[in-house]
Design a binder for this molecule. Structure first.
Ligand SMILES: [Mn+2]
Length: 304
Protein backbone atom coordinates (compact mmCIF):
# COMPACT_ATOMS: atom_id res chain seq x y z
CA UNK A 1 0.00 0.00 0.00
CA UNK A 2 1.28 3.45 -0.87
CA UNK A 3 1.43 5.77 2.09
CA UNK A 4 -0.80 8.82 2.08
CA UNK A 5 0.80 12.14 2.96
CA UNK A 6 -1.62 14.40 4.81
CA UNK A 7 -0.77 18.08 4.46
CA UNK A 8 -2.38 20.02 7.28
CA UNK A 9 -2.05 22.97 9.66
CA UNK A 10 -3.43 24.30 12.97
CA UNK A 11 -6.47 23.48 15.08
CA UNK A 12 -9.51 25.65 15.92
CA UNK A 13 -9.27 27.88 12.85
CA UNK A 14 -7.08 28.32 9.78
CA UNK A 15 -6.35 31.48 7.85
CA UNK A 16 -5.87 31.93 4.11
CA UNK A 17 -2.09 31.45 4.40
CA UNK A 18 -2.45 27.98 5.93
CA UNK A 19 -5.38 27.08 3.67
CA UNK A 20 -3.72 28.08 0.38
CA UNK A 21 -0.36 26.63 1.39
CA UNK A 22 -1.76 23.20 2.35
CA UNK A 23 -3.64 22.97 -0.94
CA UNK A 24 -0.64 24.12 -2.97
CA UNK A 25 1.83 21.83 -1.23
CA UNK A 26 -0.36 18.72 -1.52
CA UNK A 27 -0.71 19.60 -5.21
CA UNK A 28 3.08 19.89 -5.55
CA UNK A 29 3.59 16.47 -3.97
CA UNK A 30 1.02 15.03 -6.39
CA UNK A 31 2.86 16.60 -9.31
CA UNK A 32 6.01 14.87 -8.06
CA UNK A 33 4.16 11.54 -8.12
CA UNK A 34 3.46 11.24 -4.40
CA UNK A 35 0.06 10.49 -2.89
CA UNK A 36 -0.95 13.53 -0.86
CA UNK A 37 -4.07 15.31 0.37
CA UNK A 38 -4.73 18.78 1.79
CA UNK A 39 -6.76 18.27 4.93
CA UNK A 40 -8.03 20.43 7.78
CA UNK A 41 -10.59 19.90 10.52
CA UNK A 42 -10.35 23.56 11.54
CA UNK A 43 -12.76 26.40 10.72
CA UNK A 44 -11.73 28.86 8.00
CA UNK A 45 -11.52 32.38 9.48
CA UNK A 46 -12.60 35.70 7.90
CA UNK A 47 -9.42 35.90 5.80
CA UNK A 48 -10.94 33.21 3.54
CA UNK A 49 -13.98 34.86 1.93
CA UNK A 50 -16.66 32.65 0.41
CA UNK A 51 -15.55 33.29 -3.18
CA UNK A 52 -12.23 31.58 -2.37
CA UNK A 53 -13.91 28.67 -0.60
CA UNK A 54 -15.95 28.14 -3.76
CA UNK A 55 -12.95 27.71 -6.09
CA UNK A 56 -12.29 24.29 -7.56
CA UNK A 57 -8.99 24.10 -5.70
CA UNK A 58 -9.92 23.22 -2.13
CA UNK A 59 -9.39 20.82 0.75
CA UNK A 60 -9.70 17.08 0.19
CA UNK A 61 -12.00 14.55 1.75
CA UNK A 62 -10.09 12.43 4.25
CA UNK A 63 -10.49 9.01 5.85
CA UNK A 64 -7.79 8.53 8.52
CA UNK A 65 -5.54 5.48 8.30
CA UNK A 66 -2.75 4.29 10.61
CA UNK A 67 -0.25 4.46 7.76
CA UNK A 68 -0.74 8.18 7.12
CA UNK A 69 2.20 10.53 7.32
CA UNK A 70 1.92 14.25 8.05
CA UNK A 71 3.29 17.49 6.70
CA UNK A 72 2.58 20.46 8.98
CA UNK A 73 2.29 23.92 7.46
CA UNK A 74 2.15 27.45 8.96
CA UNK A 75 2.52 26.26 12.56
CA UNK A 76 5.41 24.60 14.39
CA UNK A 77 4.18 24.69 18.00
CA UNK A 78 2.81 21.19 18.69
CA UNK A 79 0.16 22.61 21.01
CA UNK A 80 -1.62 24.11 18.00
CA UNK A 81 -1.50 21.22 15.49
CA UNK A 82 -4.70 20.00 13.88
CA UNK A 83 -6.17 17.22 16.00
CA UNK A 84 -5.89 14.73 13.11
CA UNK A 85 -2.07 14.79 13.39
CA UNK A 86 -0.13 11.80 14.72
CA UNK A 87 3.06 13.38 16.04
CA UNK A 88 5.18 10.27 15.53
CA UNK A 89 4.34 10.33 11.83
CA UNK A 90 5.35 13.90 11.02
CA UNK A 91 7.76 13.88 8.07
CA UNK A 92 8.02 17.60 7.30
CA UNK A 93 7.32 21.01 8.89
CA UNK A 94 7.08 24.20 6.83
CA UNK A 95 6.48 27.41 8.79
CA UNK A 96 7.33 31.08 9.26
CA UNK A 97 6.82 31.44 13.03
CA UNK A 98 9.66 31.61 15.52
CA UNK A 99 10.20 29.48 18.60
CA UNK A 100 10.46 25.84 17.51
CA UNK A 101 12.97 25.92 14.68
CA UNK A 102 15.75 24.21 16.72
CA UNK A 103 13.46 21.43 17.88
CA UNK A 104 12.36 20.53 14.34
CA UNK A 105 15.83 20.97 12.83
CA UNK A 106 17.10 18.34 15.28
CA UNK A 107 14.21 16.04 14.55
CA UNK A 108 13.77 16.40 10.78
CA UNK A 109 16.97 18.06 9.54
CA UNK A 110 16.38 19.54 6.06
CA UNK A 111 12.72 18.52 6.22
CA UNK A 112 12.23 21.32 8.74
CA UNK A 113 11.78 24.40 6.61
CA UNK A 114 11.19 27.27 9.02
CA UNK A 115 12.04 30.71 7.69
CA UNK A 116 10.89 34.12 8.85
CA UNK A 117 9.06 35.41 5.81
CA UNK A 118 5.87 37.46 5.67
CA UNK A 119 3.83 34.43 4.64
CA UNK A 120 4.40 30.69 4.35
CA UNK A 121 2.79 30.76 0.90
CA UNK A 122 5.97 32.47 -0.31
CA UNK A 123 8.03 29.46 0.77
CA UNK A 124 5.64 27.07 -0.97
CA UNK A 125 5.84 28.97 -4.27
CA UNK A 126 9.64 28.93 -4.00
CA UNK A 127 9.45 25.11 -3.70
CA UNK A 128 7.47 24.97 -6.98
CA UNK A 129 10.23 27.05 -8.55
CA UNK A 130 12.96 24.79 -7.20
CA UNK A 131 11.23 21.81 -8.83
CA UNK A 132 10.80 23.68 -12.12
CA UNK A 133 7.03 23.46 -11.75
CA UNK A 134 5.98 27.15 -11.70
CA UNK A 135 4.06 26.60 -14.93
CA UNK A 136 1.83 24.15 -13.05
CA UNK A 137 0.43 26.92 -10.83
CA UNK A 138 -3.03 27.52 -12.27
CA UNK A 139 -4.85 30.84 -12.06
CA UNK A 140 -7.08 29.52 -9.25
CA UNK A 141 -4.13 28.32 -7.23
CA UNK A 142 -2.35 31.62 -7.83
CA UNK A 143 -5.41 33.49 -6.53
CA UNK A 144 -5.31 31.48 -3.30
CA UNK A 145 -1.57 31.99 -2.86
CA UNK A 146 -1.58 35.70 -3.64
CA UNK A 147 -4.46 36.21 -1.17
CA UNK A 148 -2.34 34.46 1.47
CA UNK A 149 0.55 36.86 0.91
CA UNK A 150 -1.79 39.88 0.89
CA UNK A 151 -3.38 38.87 4.18
CA UNK A 152 -0.26 37.86 6.10
CA UNK A 153 1.74 40.93 4.99
CA UNK A 154 -1.15 43.45 5.16
CA UNK A 155 -0.96 44.26 1.47
CA UNK A 156 2.89 44.01 1.56
CA UNK A 157 3.02 46.92 4.04
CA UNK A 158 3.64 45.13 7.35
CA UNK A 159 7.20 45.18 8.67
CA UNK A 160 7.42 41.38 8.36
CA UNK A 161 7.28 41.67 4.55
CA UNK A 162 10.53 40.41 2.97
CA UNK A 163 12.03 40.86 -0.50
CA UNK A 164 11.23 37.21 -1.18
CA UNK A 165 7.51 37.82 -0.46
CA UNK A 166 7.51 40.67 -2.97
CA UNK A 167 9.33 38.66 -5.65
CA UNK A 168 6.90 35.76 -5.31
CA UNK A 169 3.96 38.17 -5.21
CA UNK A 170 5.02 39.65 -8.56
CA UNK A 171 5.27 36.20 -10.13
CA UNK A 172 1.77 35.30 -8.97
CA UNK A 173 0.48 38.65 -10.18
CA UNK A 174 1.69 37.75 -13.68
CA UNK A 175 -0.40 34.55 -13.51
CA UNK A 176 -3.62 36.17 -12.30
CA UNK A 177 -3.30 39.31 -14.48
CA UNK A 178 -5.44 41.53 -12.24
CA UNK A 179 -3.91 44.68 -10.80
CA UNK A 180 -7.12 45.38 -8.89
CA UNK A 181 -6.98 42.05 -7.06
CA UNK A 182 -5.75 43.37 -3.63
CA UNK A 183 -8.68 45.80 -3.43
CA UNK A 184 -11.16 43.10 -4.45
CA UNK A 185 -9.77 40.65 -1.93
CA UNK A 186 -9.73 43.03 1.03
CA UNK A 187 -13.13 44.49 0.18
CA UNK A 188 -14.63 41.03 0.29
CA UNK A 189 -13.00 40.34 3.67
CA UNK A 190 -14.14 43.76 4.90
CA UNK A 191 -17.76 43.21 3.96
CA UNK A 192 -18.14 41.08 7.08
CA UNK A 193 -16.95 43.99 9.22
CA UNK A 194 -19.40 46.33 7.47
CA UNK A 195 -22.26 44.02 8.19
CA UNK A 196 -21.64 43.94 11.91
CA UNK A 197 -19.21 46.60 13.07
CA UNK A 198 -20.16 46.11 16.72
CA UNK A 199 -19.29 42.42 16.65
CA UNK A 200 -16.07 43.05 14.70
CA UNK A 201 -14.87 45.55 17.32
CA UNK A 202 -15.85 43.26 20.19
CA UNK A 203 -14.02 40.34 18.56
CA UNK A 204 -10.79 42.27 18.23
CA UNK A 205 -10.53 44.22 21.48
CA UNK A 206 -7.92 43.27 24.03
CA UNK A 207 -8.52 44.25 27.63
CA UNK A 208 -5.27 43.98 29.56
CA UNK A 209 -2.61 46.08 31.25
CA UNK A 210 0.31 46.43 28.83
CA UNK A 211 2.22 49.51 29.96
CA UNK A 212 1.76 52.88 31.70
CA UNK A 213 1.36 54.52 28.31
CA UNK A 214 -1.45 52.47 26.76
CA UNK A 215 -5.06 52.34 27.93
CA UNK A 216 -6.25 48.93 29.15
CA UNK A 217 -8.84 48.70 26.35
CA UNK A 218 -7.07 48.36 23.00
CA UNK A 219 -9.14 47.60 19.94
CA UNK A 220 -8.00 46.98 16.37
CA UNK A 221 -9.72 46.82 12.99
CA UNK A 222 -8.03 45.99 9.69
CA UNK A 223 -9.94 47.27 6.69
CA UNK A 224 -9.45 48.30 3.10
CA UNK A 225 -11.16 51.70 3.34
CA UNK A 226 -11.38 53.56 6.67
CA UNK A 227 -14.42 55.61 5.62
CA UNK A 228 -16.79 52.75 6.35
CA UNK A 229 -15.75 52.81 9.99
CA UNK A 230 -15.48 56.59 10.28
CA UNK A 231 -19.02 56.99 8.96
CA UNK A 232 -20.21 54.80 11.83
CA UNK A 233 -18.26 56.40 14.62
CA UNK A 234 -21.31 56.44 16.88
CA UNK A 235 -21.32 52.63 16.86
CA UNK A 236 -17.62 52.58 17.59
CA UNK A 237 -18.00 55.01 20.52
CA UNK A 238 -20.95 53.13 21.98
CA UNK A 239 -19.22 49.76 21.89
CA UNK A 240 -15.96 51.02 23.39
CA UNK A 241 -17.55 53.36 25.97
CA UNK A 242 -19.49 50.37 27.22
CA UNK A 243 -16.21 48.66 28.06
CA UNK A 244 -14.76 51.66 29.94
CA UNK A 245 -13.39 55.20 29.59
CA UNK A 246 -9.76 54.54 28.77
CA UNK A 247 -9.78 53.02 25.31
CA UNK A 248 -8.07 53.32 21.95
CA UNK A 249 -8.69 51.88 18.52
CA UNK A 250 -5.99 51.09 15.98
CA UNK A 251 -7.69 51.45 12.61
CA UNK A 252 -5.43 49.87 9.99
CA UNK A 253 -6.38 51.21 6.57
CA UNK A 254 -4.76 49.16 3.82
CA UNK A 255 -5.80 51.46 0.99
CA UNK A 256 -3.86 54.31 2.65
CA UNK A 257 -1.15 52.01 4.01
CA UNK A 258 -1.53 53.69 7.39
CA UNK A 259 -2.79 53.23 10.91
CA UNK A 260 -5.16 55.76 12.47
CA UNK A 261 -5.32 55.84 16.26
CA UNK A 262 -8.68 56.88 17.67
CA UNK A 263 -9.16 57.84 21.33
CA UNK A 264 -11.59 60.16 23.09
CA UNK A 265 -9.91 60.37 26.50
CA UNK A 266 -7.50 63.33 26.69
CA UNK A 267 -4.99 61.56 28.90
CA UNK A 268 -4.90 58.59 26.51
CA UNK A 269 -4.36 61.02 23.64
CA UNK A 270 -1.54 62.79 25.49
CA UNK A 271 0.29 59.52 26.13
CA UNK A 272 -0.03 58.45 22.50
CA UNK A 273 1.18 61.84 21.28
CA UNK A 274 4.30 61.40 23.39
CA UNK A 275 4.83 57.84 22.19
CA UNK A 276 4.63 58.69 18.48
CA UNK A 277 5.71 62.32 18.65
CA UNK A 278 2.64 63.31 16.65
CA UNK A 279 -0.54 65.30 17.33
CA UNK A 280 -4.16 64.28 17.56
CA UNK A 281 -6.66 66.14 15.40
CA UNK A 282 -9.92 65.92 17.34
CA UNK A 283 -10.08 62.22 18.26
CA UNK A 284 -7.73 60.87 15.56
CA UNK A 285 -3.97 60.62 15.12
CA UNK A 286 -2.65 59.62 11.70
CA UNK A 287 0.52 57.50 11.68
CA UNK A 288 3.04 57.28 8.85
CA UNK A 289 2.53 53.63 8.09
CA UNK A 290 0.81 50.43 9.09
CA UNK A 291 1.28 49.57 12.75
CA UNK A 292 0.08 46.31 14.24
CA UNK A 293 -1.24 46.33 17.79
CA UNK A 294 1.56 44.03 18.91
CA UNK A 295 4.13 46.47 17.51
CA UNK A 296 2.51 49.43 19.35
CA UNK A 297 2.46 47.39 22.55
CA UNK A 298 6.13 46.56 22.12
CA UNK A 299 7.34 50.17 21.69
CA UNK A 300 5.16 51.30 24.61
CA UNK A 301 6.91 48.79 26.86
CA UNK A 302 10.33 49.91 25.68
CA UNK A 303 9.61 53.55 26.73
CA UNK A 304 10.66 54.73 30.16
MN1 LIG B 1 1.06 32.45 7.99
Amino acid sequence: MIKMIVVTSGNKYIDIDAYASCIAYANLLNLKGQKAKAVSSAKPNESIPSSLLKLNMGLDHYEPSKEDEFVIIDVSNKAYFDKIVNEDKIIEVIDHHAGYEEYWKNKLQDKAKIEFLGSVATLIVELYEKEGLMHKITKELAILLISAILDNTLNLKAKVTSKRDITVYEKLERIIQDKKYPEKYFLECQSKINKDLKLAIENDTKVEYVSQILPPIFSQLTIWDKEIVLRNKDVLYTVLNNMGDKWMLNLICLKDGKSYLIAKDLEVQKNLEKLFNKKFKADTMELDNVWLRKEIMKISQEQK
